[in-house]
Design a protein. Structure first.
Length: 644
């Protein structure tokens, strides 16, 4: 008898993922992330197919996917796999690689088939009876195969909630129903957290019908087709659990009912075991927490406090500024989170109003210094004679009015982050003292001789080109290199046109609490045509003005105080100027323009275009070829550019 084991693997033709070993009895594939192999392609179904590891080798099973599966270019629903077979799920190309040869011993069913045919040849009168026996054996073989597949899927559960969701998935597949709900007696707690919808359920009928058997199965018609009710009692002293499957188009056959009854028996045992495991885990966790000393409990409380502060910060950030998903700002925020983990100076550059303060706070609150202070000094607004005292503090009598020692922002910010906004406006004579502090963490208070040591992270921001100011001898070169360790460039609003609708909705909701409103066409034209020199800050001011002057629920270009942009060309026709185009033609025109714009923005990099549009690279390439935006050679060049 052959044995199971690691005998094969799936290899990605594109090479973007490592080979996946087929070391399970059932390996699931699909676009749902709960699958063993996650296939990120819009043409792939959520639960596309399975690969079965059986005694006679590996077999591919397509789970009635929307776009089907091909092996060596041929569409298949089920087939055995041989070494080197090319498998296609949507646009994803995989290759089956056999690592060890499989035995060619016939399956028990095949041997039985041969014996029955021999018996029929020797005695023709037994042919009909022999064929009936063979059909019965095949039915049992399919039943056992379905039961093994189901049990294998359910045994991967580690909690009661996970098991409930897995069982619901199994019922959805086996019964092809519209929905599955979970119900329980009042005395029985439902698993938490569980993604399943819960429904009320009366257990009296199940109790009476089960006659003490601990499980109950009922199939009944309803307005949406057929309903299947499966109920079980994990233990005699515990309440009843039920799964209610609705919207079944065809009445389940006898074989399906037998399979469901076997699943019920298995489910009641596994449910009880998982509950016992969770109870033991809770008890053990409680015991360990009781054994924790005061110091460890203090650490836990400190972490919880930090989490609460971080949640508060994120809520504040959402109230201050929002960005649409994707595009340049998503990359900036992702980079900011990475820079937060490195305890070095950060220099944020960009035009006025682009959100440099927001990013500085983001860096602080994602850093290890999040529990410490975040202090801001605006170098452009403070008088030159006060900046040194504001930064480093002063001693009593250092100047007129200094009646006592005062600590500066640097000292107050110990352990935290000091944000020096508009660092390019820092007076040249003070830059040397700041340089020493950035290098050594040391300074003297104004009017004093005592050297103070403080651990502070510096984040600076400016709308100047500091290298040009270095050339003009308005900024020290050595200070520039000390601050320019981790640079971060903020994109202007004119390069983030996709963010404007989301920002507009946010600001109007923030200031006026309104959600039911829209932009007039001329307002959209003026927004797209405006260069936004004041960036996000200018947009917020314009929207506040527009809301004060607008009427109804529509904001026009005059409300915004912007010049209307160039209107779109109008085409005359017999139907009030509407072009005679089909929906498909309009869609192709839009897709062509969008792809051309995306390709230009990413300088021909197809991979980045695909990531921006949230489609696979192969789909993006196909669309570019369809609209003749790239040829074969251009496509190859673009792919090379993507690597660079």
């Amino acid at each position: 008898m052959a044995s199971f084991g690691i005998g094969a693997q799936l290899v990605w033709e594109s090479g973007e993922h490592p080979p996946f070993p087929l070391n399970k009895v059932i390996t699931t594939l699909g676009r749902n992330e709960s699958n063993d192999i996650f296939l990120d392609d819009p043409k792939v179904s959520s639960f596309h197919g399975n690969i079965l590891n059986r005694e006679d080798g590996f077999h591919l099973l397509d789970l009635k996917s929307r776009n089907g599966t091909t092996v060596n270019g041929k569409a298949v629903s089920a087939c055995s796999l041989q070494d080197g077979d090319a498998i296609a799920f949507g646009d994803i190309q995989l290759r089956f690689k056999s690592l060890t040869p499989f035995p060619k011993t016939p399956m028990p069913l095949a041997r039985l088939n041969q014996k029955i045919h021999t018996m029929a040849i020797q005695s023709p009168g037994l042919r009909e009876e022999a064929e009936e026996i063979l059909r019965e054996v095949e039915r049992h073989q399919e039943f056992l195969k379905a039961l093994v597949e189901t049990v294998s899927a359910l045994t991967e559960s580690r909690t009661v909630a996970h098991f409930a969701e897995k069982l619901a998935e199994v019922l959805m597949r086996k019964l092809e129903c519209r929905s599955v709900c979970l119900a329980a007696e009042k005395s029985q707690d439902l698993p938490k957290p569980c993604a399943l919808e819960t429904a009320p359920w009366e257990a009296a009928e199940a109790k009476a019908a089960s006659a003490g058997g601990g499980r109950w199965l009922k199939v009944s018609p309803n307005t949406a087709g057929w309903r299947v009710q499966l109920a079980f009692q994990p233990a005699p002293e515990r309440g009843w659990i039920a799964f209610l499957a609705d919207g079944i188009h065809i009445e389940p056959k006898e074989e399906a009912r037998d399979l469901l009854d076997m699943i019920l028996l298995f489910a009641s045992v596994l449910w009880r075991n998982l509950q016992e495991i969770e109870n033991l885990h809770r008890k053990e966790t409680g015991r360990l927490l009781e054994e924790k000393d005061r110091e460890n409990r203090g650490q836990i409380e400190d972490l919880q406090r930090q989490n609460r502060e971080l949640d508060d910060f994120l809520r504040q950030m959402r109230n201050q500024l929002v960005f649409a998903e994707g595009g340049p700002m998503e990359k900036v925020q992702s980079l900011a989170r990475k820079l937060a983990t490195v305890d070095l100076p950060v220099l944020i550059t960009g035009e006025t109003g682009t959100g440099k303060t927001y990013i500085a706070k983001l860096i602080h609150h994602f850093s290890s210094r999040a529990a410490k202070p975040f202090l801001v000094i605006d170098c452009a607004t403070l008088p030159a004679n006060l900046i040194e005292s504001e930064l480093f503090g002063h001693e009593k009598g250092a100047f007129t009015g200094a009646v006592a020692r005062k600590s500066g922002k640097v000292e107050t910010c110990a352990g935290g982050t000091l944000f020096l906004d508009e660092i390019g406006d820092l007076p040249l004579e003070l830059q040397g003292k700041l340089l020493r502090f950035v290098q050594e963490g040391k300074f003297e208070r104004l009017g004093g001789n005592e050297t103070v040591h403080v651990d502070v992270r510096i984040v600076a921001a400016t709308n100047y080109d500091l290298q040009e100011r270095v050339k003009a001898q308005k900024f020290r070169q050595d200070l520039f290199y000390r601050l320019h360790v981790l640079p971060l460039l903020m994109p202007p609003l004119r390069d983030r046109a996709d963010d404007i609708p989301a920002l507009a909705r946010h600001f109007i909701q923030k200031h006026f609490g309104q959600t039911a409103w829209t932009f007039a066409p001329d307002a959209l034209d003026s927004i797209r045509g405006h260069s936004w020199p004041g960036n996000v800050r200018e947009l917020e001011n314009k929207l506040q003005r527009a809301w004060l002057f607008h009427s109804g629920n529509t904001i026009t270009a005059s409300d915004l105080g912007l010049d209307p942009g160039t209107p779109a060309p109008r085409h005359s026709s017999s139907e009030e100027g509407l072009e005679k185009k089909t929906l498909e033609e309009y869609r192709e025109e839009y897709e062509t323009a969008l792809l051309r714009r995306c390709l230009k923005h990413y300088r021909g990099n197809i991979t980045k275009c695909a990531e921006h549009l949230q489609i696979s690279r192969n789909t993006c390439k196909s669309m570019l070829r369809k609209y003749k935006l790239v040829g074969d050679q251009d496509d190859a060049d673009a792919a090379d550019g993507a690597e660079g």
